[in-house]
Design a protein around this ligand. Sequence first.
Ligand code: FES
Ligand SMILES: [Fe+2]
Length: 405
Amino acid sequence: MNVYPELRTRLDLRNRLTALPTGFYGDVAQHQADLELIWYREWLFAGHECELAKAGDFLTLQVGEYPLIVIRDHDGSLRAFHNTCRHRGSRICSAIHGNTARLTCPYHSWTYRLDGSLLSARDMGDDFDASKYSLKKVHCAIIAGYVFICVAPVAPDVEALRQQAEPYLIRHQIRDAKVAFESTIVEHANWKLVWENNRECYHCTRNHPELLRSFPDQPTMAAGPGETAADARIEAQWAQWEAAGLLSRYSISANHQMRLLRLPLIEGKESLTMTGDAAVRLPLSLEAGASGLGSLLFYHYPSTWNHILADHAVTFRVLPISPIETQLTTKWLVHRDAVEGVDYDLKTLTAVWQATNVEDQRVCQENQIGVLSPAYEPGPYSPIQELGTLQFMDWYCQTLEQRLP
Ligand code: FES
Ligand SMILES: [Fe+2]
């Protein structure tokens, strides 16, 4: 099925100043094109290095049609493989994470070493050559404690990503953190609707009372430098942070796929909690002074956005399931020595984003139902509030355009 001519027409008809038409949000062929032209070509956030500390620690994820596994080998290296057996293709590992000495297929017990090579396969005959049946490799890179994978035969340049992100992230010690809590939800909405919603706070006043206790509604900061300017308070705060060695000002990749920016919280608030106080006694980040570090906002399309605070970090992983379903995994990271019940209380730590995720899930799902209506007609973006959404849409459409055969 060649859907690309139809897709090209759809893109040509795009009005840049309005939301996208229905076809982008529910169509199976469109979704397949999104997978093939975006999800199967980009570096994607899989999980954190600190979750895979020991040999045999693994995590699995599903990227479109590809089941994948990331695992720590005995030599300390992290490796990613296609999680499909070289015998008759069964998925090998169904657990979300765990630890294992080897990978044994549950179907006929072909068994692989942690480096992906086939260790044993019973009754395959004398001329069977096990060396031909290693697990297929997936690109894997670690950036300041974030594990990225890419299923493309040739991955995009990861060094550009590293050079931009690492100087911002490194002071937050994500590499040596621990995951205090994680949640995975399914939003019955196209992955783009999830991102469009994430990239604006037009909906915050009505929908996010918990988040707005500490997070400033700063629509002018959403898009990027050039289009908007920081106010005097933010400029002063940036200068102070940067003097302490913490990169804070905007950094946006040329194609706008990735942005890092440290945003002050509401005056007097230190963290994204219901009170605005730090949730963790032992700070996660270096240089965590009394005034806090605001929130380091880090996104990388299409798979992750993050809030990295002085006391903890909240990281988000987006994965597409179907045209109308998206998986969202949220992880709360704290200092690895922080003890639950002593240094932090789980409910206090997670309350704001647990509530915010449910609220976003609701608005995205209602958005999905509405855009599938034959009566839906894309309306205009707010030029004040929705520049971030427009910027995401530009990245998405330009990326598709460049890659359409
Ligand atoms: S499919 Fe894995 S051992 Fe047969
Ligand atoms: Fe939201």
